[in-house]
Write a protein that binds this ligand. Structure first.
Ligand SMILES: [Zn+2]
Length: 395
């Protein structure tokens, strides 16, 4: 299956799910509930979701990490109680900040969400929010409305048109939905409020709720994409969801208790650490340097993963190429190679910079360190020949 196909289906699935936000009260679903009338909108939606789920499994876009997977499934069950057996959790490699819970029990958690959370409590709140939409069964009505109005096609078109085939851009993706559907603020705020209660009842720190939106707001405010900046101002940003500042204020008023701790942050970071570099590379590929720098800056404040985060910062500067960026990139690379978690690529980049400048000794040393750090490097032959060249002229 092509990526484009995957995105198209994912977009439709997400459209249907996110659309949950603006329907009239449909009553809560019961555990184990399935559509009874096979000709109903709900039944056709289930059919499409099941088809999508099969393609998702084959897509190569799900993250196979037993520790992360089982923890997410466990958290979902803590929140969902008797609905737990109806839900299937997929962690999907998608840089956008999102999660969705379809009526057939398909729960997708994007890597972009896990990357931007600092604690399990923050993730738990988002899962709680999605669970409220699921529980209240709103998506069926919205799905019918979308299908009847034939909006879905244009939504998908604008997403793919705006974000390229490789991935949804986190904001473009959300904005497309926000523009296509009139989600009511009341229902979103209700999902926030009840989602927070579900998380709290399941034992999570409610402070995670405002915290995750603050993380996101910081990134949105730092965006270097003018279109996104406008969206932040108008503030429908990041989705279907209502004014982000309003949500933060409300969630803060509900979230009484102790602050999230450094210990919680460290434990969470340890869980996502194996994926950090790959997920960050997905995010920076969308070219929003301002937002990406804000994200890495915030992540560095924890004092961990200094090598990885500085390598990613160097990559951002190298792509942005603004005045002074070459020096900033080199500084970030120097910090990265001095850290215990230095990615092999940082050594190669620094070696190449020194080589270009004619600093042969240091270039050769970094390139040798690169090959030591990544013995199976695909460009080994090339690097070895560069090292040989550099050594010739040194001696
Ligand atoms: Zn929502």
């Amino acid at each position: 299956m092509t990526i484009l196909r995957f995105n198209r289906i994912a977009a439709l699935a997400a459209a249907a799910v996110l659309a949950a936000c603006s329907t009239t009260d449909h009553g809560a679903r019961e555990a184990g509930q399935r559509p009874t009338n096979l000709k109903s909108t709900e039944a056709s939606m289930w059919y499409e979701m099941e088809t999508f789920e099969e393609s998702l499994k084959q897509s190569g876009r799900t993250i196979e990490d037993p520790v992360l997977q089982s923890r997410m499934a466990q958290m979902t069950c803590q929140l969902a109680g008797e609905h737990c057996p109806d839900l299937r959790v997929y962690i999907v490699r998608e840089p956008s900040f999102n999660a969705s819970m379809a009526p057939n029990g398909l729960l997708m958690i994007h890597s972009g969400l896990l990357l931007r959370a600092e604690t399990e409590d923050e993730v738990a709140f988002v899962l709680g929010h999605e669970f409220v939409h699921f529980l209240e069964n709103h998506s069926v009505e919205r799905y019918a409305a979308v299908r009847n109005a034939n909006i879905a096609g244009s939504v998908v078109g604008s997403i793919l048109g705006g974000a390229g085939a490789g991935s949804f851009s986190s904001l473009g993706y959300a904005a497309a939905f926000g523009g296509a559907f009139a989600f009511t603020r009341e229902q979103e705020l209700e999902a926030d409020r009840l989602g927070l209660e579900f998380a709290r009842t399941a034992g999570f720190n409610p402070k995670g709720a405002p915290a995750i939106w603050k993380n996101l707001l910081q990134e949105a405010e730092a965006t270097s994409n003018k279109k996104k900046a406008k969206e932040v101002d108008r503030s429908g940003m990041f989705d279907t969801h209502p004014l982000i500042r309003e949500r933060i204020a409300l969630l803060e008023s509900f979230a009484v208790g102790t602050e999230q701790s450094a210990e919680d942050r460290r434990a969470y970071r340890a869980m996502i650490r194996p994926h950090l570099l790959g997920w960050l590379q997905d995010v920076i590929a969308d070219g929003d340097y301002g937002a990406s720098l804000a994200l890495t800056q915030r992540m560095m404040a924890q004092g961990e993963d200094i090598g990885t985060l500085n390598y990613v910062r160097a990559r951002i500067y190298m792509m942005r190429k603004a005045e002074g960026d070459a020096a900033l990139a080199e500084d970030a690379l120097k910090t990265a190679v001095a850290a215990s978690d230095v990615p092999a690529m940082a050594l190669r980049e620094l070696g190449q910079i020194h080589r270009a400048r004619g600093d042969r000794e240091s270039a050769a040393a970094n390139l040798r360190a690169y090959l030591l750090a990544d013995p199976g490097a695909r460009d080994r032959a090339l690097i070895e020949s560069l090292i040989a060249e550099l050594e010739e002229t040194t001696e």
